[in-house]
Design a binder for this molecule. Structure first.
Ligand SMILES: Cc1ncc(COP(=O)(O)O)c(C=O)c1O
Length: 374
């Protein structure tokens, strides 16, 4: 199959400023840096300077910079989670998630022998009564959540719901692991749960979805300096979770020079243009994508999920299937994730969006008899 438009991968849109930002940072670093010293050892949790710069970036979401002792530089969100869960949970204990969630999280849980249970969501995200009930029933240790632009559903939990979740978490001694990776681009996202309850939260802000995915970099704000050390000090586990020294040096240079903001704003502007294209192309369909999102969640006609993807592929277009996001063997919703950033160009995006709109209407008008039944 020749792919003419790939809207299946959740990447930030490509912008020329990425190239400029790397060139500027690497040129300066070549002049200023003693690379023997830079690469002689690991960067571990980040230098004092890295963690201060990181704190300033985190302040954009957390409201104020966390104490640098709480800040850890990591080789991306996944690496951070591979350290955090085993630090706060033992095999056999339960991690709560949303019913549809980032597929890597249940996979990490399986790897470490944790159980996962999902908590029902409504239009405002996780349902407080369902969370309370799950806490009583499963005595979970931690909750993984994406309160802002949930992957895949794009739900944004309003402030009042965040406060309710915190109240229940405190009552049941539940740690919160908040993945805020999609939160940076929207202009008006509510504050993270971690800003409201830092003492029980592990906050992770990956740069992969707002800068560029291959950077492999995420900041963590731990509940305390002591907890950060306990989870991340490199002796404790045999994985290279820490940011590579050259990457850390580039990111800190971007933060100090203002280049981080320039690159980020360029991605934000391109993402907004693509978001507008998607909203217009999919108007009239059951499509959720709040401002600032780089993906949207498209509801499909009942039982037509497989037919939709088959017909779309026949046109050379890819959208994200819902199946991998289902955590607990529950039914796969008739929906698809549509990603605006993965096409190389806006033309490719336009081709993909048109095909998605037409295919949704087609499977609705002529339902496939072989379509999946619920
Ligand atoms: C919700 C979520 N968290 C984390 C990641 C990956 O983050 P990183 O590249 O920082 O490991 C993704 C990537 O798809 C994601 O969707």
């Amino acid at each position: 199959m020749t792919v003419v438009a790939d809207l299946s991968r959740n990447l930030p849109p490509p912008v020329p400023e990425t190239n400029q930002a790397f060139r500027a940072a690497l040129t300066d670093l070549l002049v200023e840096t003693d690379f023997t010293a830079l690469t002689r050892t690991h960067r571990f949790m980040g230098t004092e300077r890295d963690r201060i710069q990181g704190g300033k970036w985190l302040a954009r979401r957390l409201g104020k910079a966390p104490d640098p002792e709480r800040v850890v530089l990591t080789n991306g969100t996944l690496s951070a989670m591979n350290m955090i869960y085993p630090a706060i949970m033992r095999p056999g204990e339960t991690l709560l998630t949303e019913p549809l969630t980032y597929p890597a999280v249940p996979a990490i849980a399986r790897q470490y022998g944790f159980r996962t249970e999902s908590v029902a969501c409504d239009v405002d995200g996780m349902v407080p009564a369902a969370l309370d009930e799950a806490c009583r029933r499963f005595k979970p240790k931690a909750l993984y959540c994406l309160a802002t632009l949930q992957n895949p559903t794009t739900l944004v939990m309003p402030l009042s719901r965040r406060q309710e979740i915190i109240e229940i978490a405190r009552r049941h001694n539940l740690a919160i692991v908040e993945d805020d990776i999609y939160s940076a681009l929207p202009e008006d996202a509510p504050p993270p749960i971690s800003a409201l309850a830092p003492d029980i939260s592990w906050y992770i802000l990956g740069l992969g979805k707002s800068f560029t995915v291959g950077l492999r970099f995420a900041y963590v704000a731990a509940p305390s300096g002591a907890e950060a050390k306990r989870a991340f000090w490199p002796g404790v586990r045999s994985t290279f979770w820490m940011a590579a020294p050259i990457t850390a040096a580039v990111v800190s240079h971007w933060m100090e020079s203002g280049m981080a903001s320039r690159l980020f704003e360029a991605v934000r502007a391109e993402a907004a243009s693509r978001h507008a294209m998607a909203i217009s192309a999919l108007a009239g369909l059951d499509f959720a994508s709040p401002p600032g999102a780089i993906h949207g969640w498209l509801k499909l006609p009942n039982g037509q999920r497989e037919a939709f993807h088959a017909q779309l592929k026949a046109r050379g277009v890819l959208a994200g299937d819902a199946a991998p996001f289902v955590t607990d063997g529950g039914p796969v919703p008739d929906a698809a994730r549509v990603c605006f950033g993965s096409p190389e160009t806006r033309d490719e995006l336009a081709v993909g969006l048109r095909a998605i709109a037409e295919t949704t209407v087609e499977v609705s008008a002529h339902p496939s008899l072989t379509g999946e039944r619920k």
